[in-house]
Design a protein around this ligand. Structure first.
Ligand code: NDP
Length: 254
């Protein structure tokens, strides 16, 4: 299938991309807008950047808006979903993208427990809160796509057990939610990226050489490559894919 076949496949749909100011989330927001969806993004801190992205999305001919909502706070996430639906008149596509990566080795008494707890709250709690609310609102044939990590299945270095565990939970939630929402035609899938060049994981960072070496393609992925997969899953072409976990990691896990 070519990109042309997917052109404007999402015209008239409303999408919410959590954490849409940078990296993978910004690429997903741009790609869904290019496919014709109206797009809301959320963010925690990057207020100026969120305005830039909204302006960019509007330049693609769709409606766009940014909402400040901390994924660690379930009340804020619930309100985010409600506010997006109210502003755009509904919700068709939820992309649970916002996430954080915090290291902490088990048994290390200097590990930042507050930050590790926040990681669990953002990476799991924020997703659960968003889906609980979206499930009440999302339209027939809606789409829920959650960004997990290939680290859920294989963690090649110490210090990341809690990140890996937070991401592994997401595909289990996704399988369960696919059963809950399938009768409404709503699909629920988990996308597990490998190393993607972003602020979270720069391709010049401490792990870069090791991760490039583990990849069959010998390189990091680009946020746009993950966005292509998400756009496909959001499209009518992916109508029979649900409860699935799809890894996109350049062959790191091959
Ligand atoms: P970035 O750190 O580059 O961007 C993170 C985005 O999430 C930003 O828009 C940020 O908003 C937002 N965000 C962070 N914390 C919160 C919060 N508490 N509430 C609301 N928004 C928040 O990350 P990536 O683009 O690299 O990662 C996106 C997703 O992909 C994450 O879930 C990550 O775990 C996952 N992933 C990334 C991989 C990689 O190699 N990059 C590999 C595998 C998975 P703000 O700008 O306001 O801070």
């Amino acid at each position: 299938m070519t990109d042309q076949h997917l052109a404007k496949s999402l015209a008239g749909k409303t999408a919410l991309v959590t954490g849409g100011t940078r990296g993978i989330g910004a690429a997903i927001a741009r790609r869904l807008a290019a496919e014709g969806a109206n797009v809301a993004i959320s963010y925690a801190a990057s207020s100026a950047k969120s305005e830039e992205i909204v302006h960019e999305l509007e330049g693609l001919g769709v409606r766009a808006a940014a909402f400040k909502a901390d994924q660690a706070d379930a009340k804020q996430v619930t309100k985010l979903v409600q506010d997006v639906a109210a502003k755009f008149g509904g919700l068709d596509i939820l992309v649970n993208n916002a996430g954080v990566f915090t290291m902490g080795t088990a048994g290390d008494s200097t590990a930042d427990i507050v930050a590790l707890d926040r990681q669990l709250a953002v990476n799991i709690g924020g997703v659960v809160a968003a889906v609980r609310e979206a499930a009440k609102i999302i339209g027939q044939n809606g789409r829920i796509i959650t960004i997990g990590s290939n680290g859920a299945e294989r963690m090649p270095f110490p210090g990341s057990a809690e990140y890996a565990g937070s991401k592994a939970a997401l595909s289990a939630f996704g399988r369960g939610w696919s059963r809950d929402l399938g009768p409404k035609g709503v699909t629920v899938n988990t996308v597990q990226p490998g190393p993607i060049a972003t602020d979270m994981n720069p391709d010049t960072g401490n792990f870069a050489d090791m991760l490039k070496g583990m990849s069959a393609l010998r390189r990091y992925g680009k946020p746009e490559e993950v966005a292509s997969l998400v756009a496909f899953l959001a499209s009518p072409s992916a109508s029979y894919i649900t409860g699935a976990t799809i890894t996109i990691d350049g062959g790191v896990s091959a």
